[in-house]
Design a protein. Sequence first.
Length: 495
Amino acid sequence: MSGTFVGMPAFPSFPVAAHEAVGNRTLRGNLRHATHTIRAKRAKAVAELSDWDALREAGKQIKDHTLRHLDRYLVQLEESVTAAGGTVHWAADADEANRIVTRLVQETGESEVVKVKSMATQEIGLNEALEEAGIRAYETDLAELIVQLGKDRPSHILVPAIHRNRGEIREIFAREMSEWGRPAPDGLTDTPAELAEAARLHLREKFLRAKVGVSGANFMVAETGTLVVVESEGNGRMCLTLPETLISVVGIEKIVPTWQDLEVFLQTLPRSSTAERMNPYTSTWTGTTDGDGPRAFHLVLLDNGRTDTLADEVGRQALRCIRCSACLNVCPVYERAGGHAYGSVYPGPIGAILSPQLRGTASEIDASLPYASSLCGACYEVCPVAIDIPEVLVHLRERVVEGGPVTREGNKVVLQPAKGHAAERAAMRATRWTFTHPGALRTGQRLASRTRRFHPRTLPGPGRAWTGTRDLPAVPAEPFRDWWQRTNGGKGETK
């Protein structure tokens, strides 16, 4: 899908990018400190709710129901938004979404926009598309501002600048702020209060000047056409209320049927993301209202591979994601490799299952992402909508190795097995044959036990990569089948 883009330029495979990242001690230190702090606070906030498991199950059921009837709820949403004075646009991919937003901004005659933190606009590369059209987009979330001023890329869903420490942020502000507007104060230090104040002063003039705001949305309520943004800094409230024109770019999976459904997620999202009982700012808007808020509201509903993902009965559960980032904060792989190694605006465990479905597995980076996991299951345990990420990872690994039927751009196609997995396919087929032939399995177990003294500590050839980071398991002196027969199921074991 040429138009499917998820916010990052071409990257090498995950192992290559991760190998470079783990050699950066500063990066690893920043990530370790931040992720451990966030997950400890989250665990405490979640533990306060005696019905957390019930809320988690409710969120899963609501999302699954909505995805099964997505066509109906999207039509209802369009009707509700239109009736409230808004305009709905449909975008099949990133290219179409960028064209729509660019045209809408140009029609206002403005050459700059202020933006609320939005994964969807990062996913489609909207800032770059607007820049090509001579329109400057200003990020107003503090972490996104740091990333933008540093000419960087986000590396975390919740905290995009998690890979930066305070000293690096101070240097970025002092060096770059003057090129984007109000310069950083003289003598700026790296204390959080001073850095936040510098950002506030820098952004204030942009909030008061901008005529066009661009946002995403955490949720869309089908029954009323209401959009919801939750945030902690107040920049979202400024971007959503001050401009004359508001353009929201939202993935089609962000919909919930009713206000009652929204209640569940307004309990689980803040606790699971920022470890707060509720977000300091929860902004909702429904179309336009005379004398209050933007005069024009446009909603761009983004597909960009989501319909294809929906067609996969196993992989579609990735579309439940509410972007809380809890899975990143507990992932041992993300903690060491960081977000940039994933080659997508969606890093960590959720990115490892979402990006290869949105983009397909044809590229080297997307074919390697399902392997960016130890399958420890920690991501599933903390997910507030119970996405079984390990299950989807294994499912996608099978797709990479074996190929098979998938849906791309709405069409059924058959993928060819990815290159470089011939030895893996042969090994798995040999294992499958052995496990379906008990006699061969018994003979192989006995042979392995009797030759255990001669077994190498590392595997040769393609197996070298596996034993390069782990020990080859020792073969027991006696196969289980023989022990069971000799001891009559353990009853004859000498104690």
